[in-house]
Design a protein around this ligand. Structure first.
Ligand code: A3P
Length: 261
């Protein structure tokens, strides 16, 4: 393949490696994998298979036909304060997708992710309640809490991008009933309506929706849709309370509410 100076790399079969037109910026554990897989059902979308760190490497982008839109996901972008400026410098017209779920649920999912990462390395992790609580109060030093303070991070993005450039996918709804959420994504991206109700079927064994693409059925990896640890109701209640005000601030910021506890 040869390099051009317009941010593309050409390939003999007529496909190109192009910088992303669409970016899934997070949130970590929001359902970013489900979103990119479901978006890939559309023939006009080419998705990067691997997540990348900063900076962007063109070589990682998929080979896409010139009329296809390329999409990549990097869940850590949403909570990285330096990223909005850099992305804006690269492409101020980029379309951003942000998938959020109930902040408390996201914290439990975040904990579960770290728990299994450690397990793989044969390391232990403290029980959930001892990371969540310190001296009888919510442990403000626990980083996963900060990642669920959505308004803090959203403010950073809104300094560089108008609200119209950022579509928020309701991650809880994407779990409950993916098709309507994906229709909204299609509309936001001005794609020809193509994603169909029959692209989704509920898999009882997995307990989640799976995908049907040209007759081929597949679910997300086992690491997606894991059981979360049990947390005492009193602690859960404290967490819900903790997020109450931050959530309200977020709703005001984006002019929209979500069904968070
Ligand atoms: P849990 O495993 O904690 O339930 P990400 O891809 O950003 O890491 O997000 C992972 C989360 O996506 C999962 O968190 C799961 O709840 C959610 N998810 C949404 N739709 C899903 C689907 N169809 N299958 C599996 N997981 C899905």
């Amino acid at each position: 393949s040869s390099s051009a100076d317009n941010g593309t790399t050409s390939h003999p079969n007529g496909t190109l490696q192009q910088l992303p037109h669409i970016l899934i910026i997070g949130v970590r554990k929001g359902g970013t994998r489900a979103l990119i897989e479901m978006l890939s059902l559309h023939s006009s979308v080419a998705a990067a298979q691997n997540e990348r760190g900063l900076p962007w490497y063109l070589s990682q982008m998929p080979y896409a036909f010139p009329d296809q839109l390329t999409v990549e996901k990097t869940p850590a972008y949403f909570t990285s304060s330096k990223v909005p400026k850099r992305i804006h410098q690269m492409n101020p017209d980029i379309k951003l997708l942000l998938i959020l779920r109930d902040p408390t649920e996201r914290v439990l999912s975040d904990y579960t992710q770290v728990f299994y990462n450690r397990l793989q390395k044969h390391k232990r992790y403290q029980p959930i309640e001892s990371v969540l609580v310190k001296d009888g109060e919510i442990n403000l030093g626990y980083k996963a809490l900060n990642r669920s303070l959505y308004y803090v991070h959203m403010q950073n993005w809104l300094q560089y991008f108008p609200l119209e450039s950022i579509h928020i996918v309701d991650g809880d709804e994407l779990i409950r009933d993916p098709f309507p959420e994906m229709k909204k994504v299609e509309r936001f991206l001005k794609l020809e309506p193509q994603i169909n109700a029959s692209n989704f079927y509920f898999n009882k064994t997995k307990g989640f929706y799976c995908l049907r693409d040209h007759g081929r059925e597949r679910c997300l990896h086992d690491s997606k849709g894991r059981a979360h640890p049990h947390v005492a109701p009193a602690i859960l209640q404290k967490l819900y309370q903790f997020f109450h005000e931050p959530n309200k601030k977020f709703f005001e910021l984006v002019g929209r509410t979500f069904n968070w506890k």
